[in-house]
Every structure is written in structure tokens, then in C-alpha cells.
Design a protein around this ligand. Structure first.
Ligand SMILES: [Zn+2]
Length: 83
């Protein structure tokens, strides 16, 4: 997560629906009140896993399948052009 040097405010939505004007924690996107000092869930945390649809492996598998489908469609398109 790179800090945008142009970003001078936290920008999180406050309870009054305005963007937070506090400067973010160094090298973070958010201020200390809006999670800037929080590292997030530890690697490998299973706390929010329900069906595994968005696990790294499943996302990679889907994009691989998508690639095969694209190639197949391109190939069938070539065949249609020829015959
Ligand atoms: Zn903030």
C-alpha cells in the first residue's frame, strides 16, 4: 500500500458523512482514528471464510478458466472465418 504524496487528509467518511480532514499516519492511507495504525487481519486468518469463493486459489483458478474460454472463443472465431 503506497501513500499517495498528494493525499494530505485521511478522507474516511465520518459520522457526519463528511470526509475526515485529519492527516493520515505516515505511509498509510488513513489517520490514526480510522485504522491507519491497524495492520488488518493476520495472514492466513480464517475468521471471515464462508465458502472460499474469494480465496487466492479460487480467484486464480477462475481467471485461468476464463483465459481458456477466451482462447477457445478466439479459436472458434478463426474457424468460422475460414469455413
Ligand atoms: Zn480519519
Amino acid at each position: 500500500m503506497q501513500n499517495n504524496p498528494m493525499q494530505t487528509t485521511c478522507g474516511a467518511k465520518t459520522r457526519k458523512s463528511h470526509p475526515c480532514k485529519t492527516p493520515p499516519v505516515r505511509n498509510r492511507k488513513r489517520c490514526r482514528m480510522h485504522g491507519g495504525t491497524n495492520n488488518g487481519a493476520p495472514k492466513g486468518s480464517q475468521n471471515a471464510l464462508k465458502h472460499g469463493y474469494y480465496t487466492r486459489e479460487n480467484i486464480a483458478k477462475r481467471s485461468e478458466l476464463q483465459k481458456i474460454i477466451r482462447e477457445f472463443k478466439a479459436l472458434s472465431g478463426e474457424l468460422n472465418d475460414q469455413y
